[in-house]
Design a protein around this ligand. Structure first.
Ligand code: HPA
Ligand code: ZN
Length: 319
């Protein structure tokens, strides 16, 4: 029986497994530049975040209809349930779909076909987090938030993802203020490839409640002290860090040192179809390779519910 856990850092487009990519390509008459799933898997050898993002955006071409998004989310939820996930806060990247002529309604309503019945079908409660692409303009982010207005009953929060370096959080101050005014929760990727200063900026300029990744905080002791004092959760993704070469090997991952420092860490899968594992696989990897004890794993699982956007009573029921 896998440890019950919440997944707080998961890009739904990053759960597109090669088999489903080819199935959707056939259904939608899209030709992928790979002969078969084996050849596609060979492309999963990334040098950095950008080399992954290139493939991630390329494969999205197969996602066209509400049913495609529903099938994608249902496939993720089934895999996550098998690995002990009881609650999932799911990122999606509407700008990447709007740019291809796929509407906000198609994406959100499609995802909702799966999320709306996830508790009954998979035993997983869910929340949706709309991410802005930080390598697009601030104006584009504002237009995207506007396009999401009819769907705000389905959306819990906003996030910030895509190519980090050169795109500091402060660029998105205005759209985060607008999101807060709409009652949306706020998170942002920071300190994955970008410097520790981006983590500070995400807290101060964007008012985020959680930091996605946040790994590079370890380079700044004063920042670590602040994150500990303010109990800001970090959504770490160990297998992602290895695949995107943010750390050399899993054995070098700072997670044990981060826990020892008193940081509120959680373990998540990021883009599991691309990075070699779902939430439970990430837990197993840090257990075996980093030697984290059962107590530490339970701490990580407990943190995941505490750091979630579940209301208190829901949070208790999930555990
Ligand atoms: N980092 C930044 N942006 C992303 C990622 C990631 O790991 N996955 C999908 N978009
Ligand atoms: Zn991510």
């Amino acid at each position: 029986m896998p440890l019950p856990k919440a997944e707080l850092h998961l890009h739904i487009e990053g759960t597109l497994e090669p088999e489903l990519a080819f199935e959707l390509a056939a259904r939608n008459g899209v030709t992928l530049p790979y002969a078969d799933t084996d050849e596609l898997r060979k492309a999963y050898d990334f040098e950095d975040l950008q080399s992954f993002l290139n493939l991630y955006y390329e494969l999205m071409a197969v996602l066209r209809t509400e049913q495609d998004f529903a099938d994608l989310a249902n496939a993720y939820l089934a895999r996550a349930a098998a690995q002990g996930v009881r609650h999932a806060e799911i990122f999606f990247d509407p700008q990447a779909h709007l740019a291809r002529g796929v509407s906000m309604g198609t994406v959100v309503e499609g995802l909702w076909r799966a999320l709306g019945s996830s508790e009954e079908n998979h035993g997983i409660s869910t929340r949706l987090i709309l991410c802005f692409l930080r390598d697009e303009s601030a104006e584009s982010a504002l237009r995207t938030l506007d396009a999401a207005r009819p769907y705000l009953d389905r959306i819990t929060g906003v996030g910030l993802d895509s190519a980090e370096v050169g795109h500091p959080p402060v660029k998105f101050r205005e759209v985060y203020e607008a999101a807060a005014a709409l009652g949306l929760r706020r998170v942002a990727h920071a300190g994955e490839e970008g410097p520790p200063a981006y983590i500070t900026e995400a807290l101060d300029a964007l008012g985020v409640e959680r930091v996605d990744h946040g790994l590079r905080c370890m380079e700044d002791p004063a920042l670590v002290e602040r994150l500990v004092r303010e109990r800001i959760p970090l959504t770490l993704c160990p297998l992602s860090n290895v695949r995107l070469r943010t750390v050399d090997t899993l054995a070098d991952h700072p997670l044990p040192a981060m826990l020892d420092a008193g940081l509120v860490c959680t373990v998540n899968s990021d883009d599991p179809a691309y990075f070699g594992g779902y939430a439970g696989d990430n837990f197993a990897a840090v257990h075996h390779t980093l030697g984290l004890t059962e107590d530490r794993l339970r701490e990580l699982a407990r943190n995941s519910f505490l750091a979630s956007f579940l209301e208190d009573d829901e949070e208790r029921r999930a555990r």
